[in-house]
Ligand binder design. Structure first.
Ligand code: NAD
Length: 338
């Protein structure tokens, strides 16, 4: 069965391609390599022994998307990772984010809505909850006013899919709201490859550990949390990838009761920034050079998932601990620096 993975050369996409291939799906990747490299294909191939089909297409080019679906009429499902994801940049360049994250989504949905039957998985984010009022966060927690154009593209993306599903019974979709993805494949053949200064805590930590960055700034230690630093739910990227396969299967096999649904994907456990640093120090045997600085504007205090829905409905549960995920991230960092 042929599955299109957009952004399949990226961090989460590449790990999901591996899991899809391991489950016997035929994968075709669309990526424009704006935040990745064709070399990732070699990493995927060395893990699975199969090279996925790859088309270098910019999804903003509507005619190329249309042409792709003419040539690949047998695509049964789409996992849509391709998007721009830097929160700060989205504030500077909102139209770039609306075009790349919303325009491309609309082009894909148009193609899928025209099919007799299609399944669609969307990369959403816990950012839609903002600072939720209650922990852990369930899927029924209210969606809060987005803090950035990036966050807004995820909220709008979900609404666009829900509206489209309402009038297209043939279209089945799931939005997965990721908490904080981290780590690399245990084979260390694929992992996270941030371009420029990492936006996320874990690659910043591993780059600092590897000497690429001088110091990690910890933004605030006076939050109402166990050690005063912010709490997030760090989910191992391979666990996250597996959630996509289960969500897709649910749709392909027609097990879903609604044709649009949302699921949290996290571990259900919150970790403070200092706990994440300690985990790095434990698995690497290195002391990390970090400094507590003032709070950063826009940071929420605490976010961790209630994963009951994904556990019960998708039959999915995270398997790996923070230390195991951190070890993979550190192994990967050392490999790409060697
Ligand atoms: N990494 C996170 O912390 C996180 C958290 C929540 C949600 N998400 C979402 O998950 C998805 C994947 O994130 P990631 O961390 O793997 O990002 P990534 O940047 O590593 O992967 C995205 C891929 O999409 C490609 N791409 C971007 N625009 C494209 C376009 N117009 N046409 C074709 N390809 C295009 C990029 O080249 C890249 O390979 C994104 O939608 C992101 O918003 C990520």
């Amino acid at each position: 069965m042929k599955i299109l993975v957009t952004g399949g050369l990226g961090f989460i996409g590449s790990h999901t391609v591996v899991e899809l291939q391991n489950e016997g799906y035929e994968v075709v990747i669309i990526d424009d390599c704006s935040n990745s490299s064709e070399k990732v294909l070699e990493g995927i191939t060395s893990i699975t022994g199969k090279t996925p089909l790859f088309e270098k297409i910019d999804l903003k080019e509507k005619s190329k998307v249309e042409d792709f679906f003419k040539r690949h009429a047998d695509v049964k499902g789409v996992i849509h990772f391709a998007a721009s994801k830097a929160v700060g940049e989205s504030v500077e360049k909102p139209l770039l984010y609306y075009e790349n994250n919303i325009g491309t989504l609309v082009y894909l949905l148009k193609e899928l809505a025209a099919k007799n039957k299609a399944s669609f998985i969307f990369s959403s984010s816990c950012t839609v909850y903002g600072q939720a009022d209650e922990m852990p966060i369930t899927e029924s927690a209210p969606v809060k006013q987005a803090e950035s154009p990036y966050g807004n593209t995820k909220q709008m993306g979900e609404e666009i899919i829900a509206d489209t599903c309402k009038v297209n019974e043939n279209l089945n979709a799931i939005a997965l709201r990721y908490f904080n993805p981290m780590g690399a494949h245990p084979s260390v053949m694929i992992g996270e490859l941030p371009i420029g200064v990492p936006q996320n805590l874990v690659p910043f930590i591993t780059q600092t550990g590897a000497g690429l960055r001088e110091q990690l700034s910890v933004f605030g230690d006076d939050y109402p949390t166990p050690d005063g630093t912010c709490v997030r739910d760090y989910i191992y990227v391979v666990d996250l990838a597996k959630a996509h396969v289960l969500a897709l299967k649910r749709l392909l096999e027609g097990d879903n009761s609604d044709n649009y649904d949302v699921f949290n994907v996290g571990t259900g456990k919150g970790s403070t920034v200092l706990e994440v640093i300690k985990s790095f120090e434990k698995v690497s045997g290195k002391k990390l050079n970090y400094k507590i600085v003032d709070r950063r504007e826009g940071d929420i205090t605490t976010a961790y998932a209630d994963t009951t829905k994904a556990n019960e409905v998708l039959g999915w549960k995270s398997q790996y601990s923070l230390d195991e995920a951190m070890k993979s991230a550190w192994d990967w960092e050392q490999k790409i620096r060697s």
